[in-house]
Design a protein. Sequence first.
Length: 315
Amino acid sequence: MIWYVLAAVLGLALIAAVTVLIVTELRGRPPKPVKASAAVTSRAALDVVDAGLRRLTGECLRSGRSLPDLYAVVYSEKRLGLLLAGAQPDAPAPWAAEEDGERWTISPDDLHRPGPDGEPALPYALTVTVGLDGPDRVLVDLSRAAGPISVTGPDDEVHRMVRSLVLEALAGPVGALAQVTLVGSLADGRLLTGDETRSSRLHSAASLEEAFASAAASANAGVPAAGSADVTQVFRPIEGSSRIAVQGEVPHLFVVDANQLPRRDGVLSGLRRGDALLVLGEAPTGWRWRIGADGSLDTGPLGLKITGHAGRLAL
């Protein structure tokens, strides 16, 4: 009987000791931040993302390898991550492959160390902030969508988010040469006003057909984008996931209200690969994003968690 009592006492003592060790270890760990730091929410974060994409483009260009087919970027101040559509475990230095090659990461400190000069990140010029996932800033390459990207939810929230995406495409360092066309009623001050409309890369069109035709005519004529006189080559995604250099084209973002989408069949096929179509409201096909009443964003097929969309944030 004494042995049973002794065993029970020893067992309880062991459980207590293990519990103390676990609690002590947890207390010793720094708590995981639940709110993004100023470095993540400020414009300076876009400079880090731009530097990372330039470094990536330069490394791939000089090594003769195809650019990775990334669809999103996650920045957490201490880490810059690229989310890839397909696993590529052989990341070029100084990038490191994680999650079986579906994520490439780099420390921002490595971007300032000696290495090949970066190249304009034009392959990813339509990569813009969609919001925050807790402490992380999340950006999506809009050109990765094969069709329209529709944003639904409360009207004012949709307006605020789309406005944020457009302004970042025009003023952010990542989209330094991307072109933006506001279509129909959105070109009449409904989306952008005042100084926001003064970019030489911002255009307007009465209809989506006109917008597509104008962009195609400029590309076919070899007309360089405004302000791009020094650019001799840019990249565009073609035939699957490969991206190669071609002359004279830059990515183009078209923005239209859902009630002004053309009803004629085949019009949306005028959207060139590498460009993007952003729709305020429900589109019949493509990516469907929905903003919740709490400001969260459901990114549909992308599966990205967004706790606060970009339009609600001082990004």
